[in-house]
Each structure stands twice: as structure tokens, then as C-alpha cells.
Write a protein that binds this ligand. Structure first.
Ligand SMILES: C[S@@+](CC[C@H](N)C(=O)[O-])C[C@H]1O[C@@H](n2cnc3c(N)ncnc32)[C@H](O)[C@@H]1O
Length: 603
């Protein structure tokens, strides 16, 4: 194993511990080209080390305690080990080398390191030094005894072990990006590769070589239930199975684990890399499908990054339509632009794949998209950028409580936190988020042309879902503008009427009537998706309101613009007078009595 692999793994782990990104992102986007073909292995090393980090910390503590009372001779391996484990933040390399030496079940790494340890950094050399190895092994034994477990394997916390085991028990969803390819082409590519076979429901047509006896699950008697067949299939067997999703057009279901450890196997790396398909949970595909902006429509994604739903909207409105995508976070807005360009969009004001020589757009099938790096709450209702938009999608920041937990999130402290102080902090966070979600809904409800608005979260908390919807419907803005709740599951954008909404367990008093509570869609693991929520609002009497509101918007915008202009002029005049007062010189640190000579536009 080349030392480059371990250097890269150490850097990835350090960046992960410094919260610079997810493991996958760091491994696949920040490691040098020289180790490109070893990335899967690097991911494995770092992922396993992260998983064992609590145990490694306990081992370091033991070593610290035993060496702390010992007078080690300066410059010896024992003395250096003492320094390594005593640092306030133990460096990433110490975790990786100790993991390989003591805990990894795959002994190849350890053997390779033993042979070539001189090529590694000081931390690696110290940990693999024969004179300290015994101390480390003793420390593991003491940790095991303290925890009262039989074997080293049992040291991993039950929680992490469970999550690790469940990682592969949910399907993988891939949505065909119609801006770059088509469902027919996608199916054909997969089937012709002989790597995959399409499992079809009875009466379903299309490309592929499915159907027949193999589509039956004899064990449980489910016949031609494609989701079921795919879910139960073995990801290691070729050809693998995949199926069309029954609710969302262009969405495909693959067996759990089809995305290899950290990477995408075979066909996927190219397809995902070229954004011909987007790995997107089924529930997260619903908001855009429920909104269903028509061809030529003017849509808006109020909280857009990283852009999965924006891509859907751009495809739906087609060449004659347009999409405005807001994102308040600069870094995420950059990511949004990049993904939209790579996903085949024509992004206004940005050169990229969307444009071809001679100014013609390259294979463009979708509408233009304008990325606005702005906080939606700072966008005036009469601002021309939103004045014409009719189809709105609001997918704001939320607690993410519906997202499946991963080893990474648990180790970062993002596990389920109920009760105690952590529970209290989480409850406060959810309340704060719910407040922001409601503010956003009330704010965008006044945009003059908006006729349909879809609200979604990846939360399972009623506080962020039903309660926000109820409070919005009772708000002054919703009442004045005529917003009402519609049945989200009956949208024509779905392949079939969606009647499951997981009402079970819904607490009383969330502020919705029985009928309203049945109009929203709640996803849970029972639907083989992440926890998710979708509500659809429509503006009653939209056509008449729109004309009137547009007139008001135009004159209000003019008034605001001229007020701003007056202020600018006034600022300039006062500034000149002040300068005259101080003899034409601007003195450093001089206060102008709190007056700002040049007012900044509110954002
Ligand atoms: C849940 S994510 C959106 C995911 C996105 N819809 C997708 O499917 O890829 C929420 C995003 O909205 C952004 N956001 C939150 N509040 C915002 C606001 N007031 N104005 C603009 N963007 C906002 C966040 O920075 C974050 O990137």
C-alpha cells in the first residue's frame, strides 16, 4: 500500500474532523490525482477509522494515563507517543495508524505498513515502533475490560453498529435528468450493458428485458411488485435489478447498496458524474412533481441549493419557460450554479455547458435559470425579479429529522437527541426553524403573480410541518391573498393518486382540520424513503388578484426606487456640506453624528 494512500487518508480525516465536508466529498474531490484509482480504498480506511473513533479515543486516554506517571526518556518512541496522545486535538494520523495497527479486521493494511513504515511520517513510525506496540495493545485490553465486553469487535457502540448494518437496507433512487438524456436512453444503456435487468410491473412496456418468472418473489408471495423484487435482490449478483418508480416519472429504484462504498459502481460513475442521472430520494422528487409548472411557465425555487429540485423545474418549464433560483448562502449558491451548468441548464449570466459555439445553446431542453444569491426575506414583494413568477417551490432549511442517520452524522453529534439538555436544545432549534419557515411562507405569499406554492421539508416534526401549514393558513397574508390548501397527492404530476399520508400518530391540535391534515403528504420509512413532508397551496381568484396586484407592485416599486434615489441625492448633498465644514478634508475616524452618507440597499 503506497504511503501516498495513507497521506491522502490522513488529510481527508483531518479535514473531516475540522468539519470541512462530508467524507465522500473530501475523498472524491480533494485527494490528489496520483491516488485517483485508490479512492475507494481511502474511503474505506477513513470511514472505518471514523467509526472506531470513540474506541480509539478511549485507547489514547489509557495510554495517556499510563505514560503520564512514567518518566520517559526524551526522544524515545514512548516519549513521542506520550506527546502525540496528550495533544489537545490528537492529529488524524494517530487515529488512522492506530486503527490499522490494532483494530482493522483487514490485516493487509497493517502488513503493508509494517514493511514500509520508514516511508511514513513520524506519527506512523512512532505508532508502529516495536517498543510501544505492547503499550498500545495493553491499552486496548484495559478498554475492553472496563467496558465489560468479550471481544474488541464488541467495543463499537451498539448504535453505530446498528446504523452501519442498516446502511444497506433502503433502496437507492436515481432520477433521470431529462435535460441531458432520456428515460429510454437510460434504460437502454443499462440493459445493453448486461449489468442490469429492468423489472417491470404487469402491463408495463418499454425497453429492457424484464418480466417472467424471475419477477416473482416466491418467498413472500408478492407477484410482479417491482419495488419489492428490487429491494430484495442481491446487489452483488449480475445482472442487477432495477425498476421504474410507481409514482414519479423518470425515477428508478435500485437495490440497497448499489452505490458502492463511497463510490458509484460501474455504470453509475459515468452517469452520475455526467449528471445524466441524479441520486435523489423519492420523497424529495415530489415537491416539483406536485407543483407541476407547465411548459412555458415561470417558476421560482425560493431555497434552491444544491439544486436537485431546481433541475426538475427547469426541465418541466421547457425552453419557453424560466426559473428563478434563490440561495442566500454564497458558497452554496456557487455549488448551485456549478450543478445547474453541469446538469445541462442555461444559467443566465454564466458561461458553461449550456452554451455552444455561435451562441446557440447546447442540447438545451429546459428553460433559462437565473441564480439570485439573495435572502428571499429581503426580496420586496414588488421586486421585478419575482413580479412575474407564478409557480413557487419553498423547500427551506429544516431540522433534517427525516433524513436517515449515518455513522458520520452520529459521530458528528447529529443523532436523534431526545430528552435531557441536548433534547431541550434540539427542541429550541426546531422552534426557531419553524418560525423561519413560517416567516418565509408569509413573505412569499404576497408575491403578486404567484398562483401555486408548494412547501416541503425533510423533517418529521409536526412543528415544522402541519403546525407551520396551519399557522400560515390563519395568517393575515394567506387570508388577504386567498391562499388555500389543496390535495398534494392528487397532482397530475404524479403517476398515480397518492393516498398514503401516514396520518397515524398525528397529534391533535396541530392547527389543521381533518380534511386539511389529509391533504398533505407525509413520507416515512414505510414508503421506503426518508421522512419528508409536502403541502400544496393555491391562490383563489388568482387571475383577478394578479392584475390588480401587478399594478400595485409596479407603482410601489417606482415609488421605492425614487425614494432611494432621493436618499442618495440627499446623502451626497449632506456629505458635500460636511466635507466643506471640515475644510474639504475627510478626517480619519471622524464621526458624522451617526448619519451614513451613502445608504446601502437592504438585502
Ligand atoms: C433544504 S435546502 C434546499 C434543498 C434544495 N431544494 C434541493 O432540493 O436541492 C435549503 C436551502 O435554502 C437556503 N435558504 C434558507 N433560507 C433561505 C432564505 N431565506 N433565502 C434564500 N435561501 C435560503 C439554505 O442556505 C439551503 O441551501
Amino acid at each position: 500500500m503506497s504511503s501516498l494512500v495513507y497521506h491522502a487518508a490522513t488529510r481527508v480525516l483531518q479535514n473531516f474532523l475540522d468539519e470541512k465536508g462530508s467524507l465522500k466529498h473530501l475523498v472524491y474531490n480533494t485527494t490528489p490525482e496520483a491516488v485517483a484509482d485508490r479512492r475507494k480504498y481511502i474511503f474505506k480506511i477513513v470511514f472505518s477509522t471514523v467509526k472506531w473513533k470513540p474506541v480509539l479515543e478511549a485507547i489514547f486516554e489509557e495510554v495517556r494515563d499510563s505514560l503520564g506517571t512514567e518518566r520517559t526518556k526524551e526522544g524515545t518512541a514512548a516519549d513521542k507517543l506520550k506527546q502525540i496522545v496528550s495533544r489537545e486535538k490528537v492529529e488524524a494520523g494517530a487515529f488512522i495508524y492506530t486503527f490499522e495497527l490494532l483494530l482493522s479486521s483487514d490485516k493487509r493494511g497493517r502488513r503493508a505498513l509494517e514493511k514500509q513504515i520508514s516511508k511514513h511520517g513520524e506519527v506512523g513510525r512512532v505508532i508502529f515502533d516495536d517498543s510501544v506496540r505492547g503499550r498500545l495493545e495493553d491499552a486496548v485490553e484495559r478498554v475492553r475490560v472496563k467496558k465489560g465486553v468479550e471481544s474488541v469487535e464488541e467495543l463499537i457502540s451498539k448504535e453505530i453498529a446498528e446504523i452501519d448494518a442498516s446502511r444497506n437496507s433502503v433502496p437507492v433512487y436515481m432520477r433521470v435528468n431529462g435535460l441531458v438524456t432520456s428515460t429510454g436512453e437510460f434504460e437502454k444503456t443499462l440493459v445493453e450493458s448486461k449489468e442490469f435487468r429492468l423489472v417491470r410491473e404487469e402491463g408495463e412496456g418499454g425497453a429492457g428485458a424484464g418480466g417472467g418468472e424471475a419477477d416473482m418473489d416466491e418467498e413472500c408471495g408478492h407477484l410482479r411488485d417491482s419495488l419489492h423484487v428490487v429491494l430484495r435482490s442481491d446487489v452483488r449478483v449480475r445482472p442487477g435489478l432495477f425498476a421504474r418508480d410507481r409514482d414519479v416519472g423518470g425515477l428508478y429504484v435500485f437495490a440497497p447498496g448499489v452505490l458502492g462504498m463511497g463510490g458509484v459502481v460501474g455504470f453509475g460513475s459515468a452517469m452520475v458524474g455526467e449528471m445524466r442521472v441524479v441520486v435523489q430520494d423519492k420523497a424529495s422528487c415530489f415537491p416539483a412533481r406536485v407543483l407541476l409548472p407547465p411548459l412555458g411557465g415561470k417558476a421560482v425555487d425560493f431555497c434552491a441549493a444544491p439544486g436537485n429540485k431546481t433541475l426538475q423545474l427547469v426541465e418541466m418549464v421547457g425552453e419557453a419557460g424560466s426559473v428563478v433560483a434563490f440561495e442566500r448562502d454564497g458558497r452554496r449558491a456557487g455549488l448551485l450554479r456549478k450543478r445547474l451548468l453541469e446538469g445541462g441548464c442555461f444559467v443566465e449570466g454564466v458561461e458553461g455547458k449550456g452554451k455552444k459555439e455561435g451562441g446557440r445553446e447546447n442540447g438545451r431542453k429546459g428553460g433559462r435559470v437565473r441564480v439570485c444569491e439573495r435572502d428571499v426575506l429581503g426580496v420586496e414583494w414588488c421586486d421585478p425579479v419575482v413580479r412575474e413568477v407564478e409557480w413557487g417551490l419553498l423547500d427551506p432549511s429544516c431540522s433534517g429529522s427525516g433524513m436517515r442517520r449515518t455513522v458520520e452524522t452520529v459521530l458528528r453529534g447529529g443523532g436523534e437527541r431526545e430528552g435531557g439538555e441536548a433534547g431541550q436544545a434540539e427542541a429550541e432549534r426546531v422552534s426557531r426553524l419553524a418560525g423561519l419557515q413560517l416567516r418565509l411562507l408569509r413573505h412569499v405569499a404576497e408575491f403578486p403573480s404567484l398562483r401555486v406554492l408548494v412547501y416541503s421539508t425533510c423533517s418529521v416534526h409536526e412543528k415544522e410541518n402541519e403546525e407551520v401549514v396551519g399557522a400560515f393558513l390563519r395568517s393575515r397574508e394567506a387570508q388577504a391573498e386567498g391562499w388555500v390548501l389543496r390535495k398534494a397527492g392528487e397532482s397530475e404530476g404524479l403517476k398515480r393518486k397518492c393516498e398514503w399520508n401516514g396520518r397515524v400518530g398525528l397529534k391533535e391540535g396541530v392547527g389543521l382540520t381533518e380534511e386539511q391534515a389529509e391533504s398533505v403528504i407525509r413520507f416515512s420509512s414505510e414508503e421506503h424513503t426518508n421522512g419528508f413532508f409536502v403541502a400544496k397551496f393555491e391562490r383563489v381568484g388568482w387571475e383577478e388578484r394578479r392584475r390588480e396586484r401587478l399594478r400595485e407592485a409596479e407603482s410601489e416599486w417606482k415609488r421605492m426606487e425614487s425614494e432611494k434615489e432621493e436618499k442618495r441625492e440627499e446623502g451626497g448633498r449632506v456629505g458635500k456640506e460636511r466635507r466643506r465644514e471640515v475644510g474639504g478634508r475627510t478626517e480619519k475616524g471622524k464621526s458624522y453624528g451617526g448619519h451614513q452618507p451613502f445608504s446601502r440597499k437592504r438585502r
